[in-house]
Design a protein around this ligand. Structure first.
Ligand code: ATP
Length: 368
């Protein structure tokens, strides 16, 4: 492994609290590289999103696209504002364009009760919630984005697309995730979520899953329907390990899963392809709390840790892997101490309070 590696990060803070949580994540990244050593990050900020669209008529400039294309990784805050829309009523969402353009098919959303969020379930087993949702992010029902039709004000159509190529890569990615989690996971399985009892596209999705499962005999494979899965996310979420599903189902399930472990402020995510990846909190721009200091930066900070983990694996830089773990542990300890409680936990700690506490933990962990 190399001892010193420079990474160029394209940062797109976006709209609303996206800007606030990106500032928090950038401060944590800076502290981490100072105290970890072994790698250097250059963060290059670009304007994009609904605000940019309002100002210039363009949601993401050519310059920002080029910067994203050239970067080692992309970090995104949140994009979209409910009152700024295209003529067809849809929101401005360059984060979706990034997924499609860079073929970021694997949307990774870790769901863990260890990160401090108030748990919704009183069952003591809820302490053990720790799974990863892998949401296909380039096709499914979202393939219809921008292509749906309204026929004569009588009828509207959107089309679901499932391809063998993307599904194979997605499922291989999910089994790989399960293999990586093997040491820490209580069960070792991949759960496919579909609706193959109704839709031919979903039956095809399951057929490809079965084929890929057959080539991964060291990992258990299970299959559930989306409706049953929604119930199981409430009834026994601690039983899941890696959950893989179609784009639209994943969109819905990931918010449900975030709710189990404290809400959107605790939901990090990554959109990963074979060549590039975007890291962003799973939440939106939350205009209802923008400017109030109430945004919980945990999801953004943990997304930054995911970025270091991805860079570390991809480039063989062990210090990046260590730095990712350092951030995870710092966040866990801050919440364990109980002195910092963000607004979404019913507390009064601001975005800056939590960020400072995480940075203090990172500093304090040196020399231990
Ligand atoms: P999008 O469609 O863009 O994903 P959304 O409709 O899911 O957005 P969010 O912006 O994610 O909406 O916000 C949903 C709710 O969660 C809002 O009440 C918001 O204030 C809250 N919320 C979202 N993110 C955070 C955060 N980081 N900290 C605290 N509360 C948050």
């Amino acid at each position: 492994m190399s001892t010193e590696k420079a990474f160029h990060i394209c940062v797109l803070p976006g709209d609303g609290i996206g800007v606030e949580v990106t500032t928090a994540a950038a401060a944590v990244l800076e502290a981490t590289q100072t105290y970890s050593g072994g790698f250097a990050l250059t963060l290059e900020h670009h304007v994009a999103g609904a605000g940019a669209y309002r100002e210039t008529g363009i949601a993401m400039s050519d310059e920002a696209w080029r910067a994203a294309e050239d970067a080692d990784a992309i970090f995104l805050g949140a994009m979209g504002l409910p009152d700024i829309r295209f003529d067809d009523g849809t929101e401005i969402a360059p984060q979706l364009d990034l997924r499609f353009k860079f073929n970021l098919y694997a949307g990774v959303r870790p769901v863990s009760a260890k990160r401090g969020g108030a748990r919704m379930l009183s069952d003591p087993r809820a302490e053990n919630i720790d799974f990863v949702l892998v949401r296909e992010s380039t096709e499914g029902l979202f393939a219809s984005r921008g292509k749906g039709e309204v026929l004569g004000d009588r009828e509207a159509r959107d089309t679901m697309v499932i391809t063998r190529q993307t599904s194979e890569r997605l499922f291989a990615f999910a089994f790989d995730q399960a293999r990586r989690r093997k040491a820490s996971s209580h069960s070792n399985k991949v759960t496919l979520v579909d609706k193959s009892n109704v839709f031919v596209s979903m039956a095809f999705f399951r057929k490809v899953f079965d084929e890929v499962a057959g080539t991964n005999p060291d990992i258990d494979a299970e299959r559930v329907y989306i409706d049953a899965c929604a119930l199981d996310f409430i009834r026994r979420p601690w039983d899941f390990d890696v959950v893989v599903t179609e784009n639209m189902f994943g969109d819905i399930l990931s918010d449900l899963a975030a709710g189990l472990v404290g809400g959107m402020g605790f939901a990090p995510s990554a959109d990963i392809g074979d060549e590039r990846a975007v890291f962003q909190p799973a939440h939106g721009s939350a205009p209802d709390i923008v400017g109030s200091g109430r945004a919980n930066p945990t999801a953004a900070i943990l997304s930054a840790a995911m970025m270091l983990d991805w860079l570390g694996h991809r480039h063989g830089v062990s210090q990046c892997l260590d730095a990712a773990k350092l951030i995870d542990k710092a966040v866990e300890e801050v919440f364990f101490d109980g002195q910092v409680r963000t607004y979404d936990m019913g507390g009064t700690s601001s975005t800056a309070d939590l960020t400072d506490a995480v940075i203090e933990k990172i500093k304090g962990s040196q020399g231990k």
